[in-house]
Ligand binder design. Sequence first.
Ligand code: ADE
Length: 335
Amino acid sequence: MHQRQARPSPRNGHSNVQANGQPTPASQAAQAALKRTPKDFIFGKVIGEGSFSVVYLAKDIHTNKEYAIKVCDKRHIIREKKTEYIKREKEVLNRLGSNQSPAAPFFVKLFCTFQDTDRLYFVLSFAKRGELLPYINKVGSFDIECTRFYAAEILVALGHVHSLGVIHRDLKPENILLDENMHILITDFGSAKMFNESEKESDEEENSMRQRRNSFVGTAQYVSPELLTDKSASHSSDLWALGCIIYQMVAGLPPFWARSEYLIFQKILKLEYEFPDGFSPSARDLVEKLLVLDPKQRLGANDPPGEGYPSIRAHPFFQGIDFRKLSETNPPPIY
Ligand code: ADE
């Protein structure tokens, strides 16, 4: 339905294509300044599906660059009363994208948005290697070097996202994508919570009060106990999810696992999980310090805001990791 032919259209009467078939730098710059439309892209295969969106692999006809374009059906969003989610996702992605820092490579970027009568379009970074989850499932579990590397990238990304006043609230291996070089790109900020500049440094208590009226967001296996008991989420809720993901990379399955969501919630509230034999002792110690029922007692929860969780970085599990050089480092192979 969305398959379209490339139709490079010189809009100024001059050729915008060089002898080698590539667009001229001038035409590229001119195109960048124009508002995009669906006709600026060739839509390819479906690479993701959400409850009210479909993600297509798409190619910019002017630059040949690949993007992931999230297409949302307006009527469906209105019918399902999800307009707030969509607005929030756009605001969060804009906030993250407006700040260039060394951690910026570790989440998907929003390049532009546009709409037609029926649909909204989000042009996002394309994560060529897909989700982290199938990699964990394929090999059964990651070795310690791999786990350390990916845990470190997630931690740096979280530090950055939190420093901008954003809580992800649905961190899980399906929302951690991999670029062509196997570095992470965190995605799906549709459940994220933003707080304002003035709120950023405000008391945790106040934030949780503000968020108490929120309905359940997240995925059962990774949801924090505070979200289940008093519907409050803070940056520490993402640290809980990090603990679950580190456990899953080492053990192959998430720590809280049962036949139904209800039973999973019961286990989370009782902190009922076990470490399989052979679980790395330093990974175990870190997971035990993150999977703590009281969000204020989790490792990193009381670190100074905006510093990227120095107390978690200093944990012996991360010994030997240079956090500033992660994006230039070749990720260890997964097998
Ligand atoms: N699936 C959903 N979003 C994606 C993205 N940005 N890149 C690749 N696959 C995706």
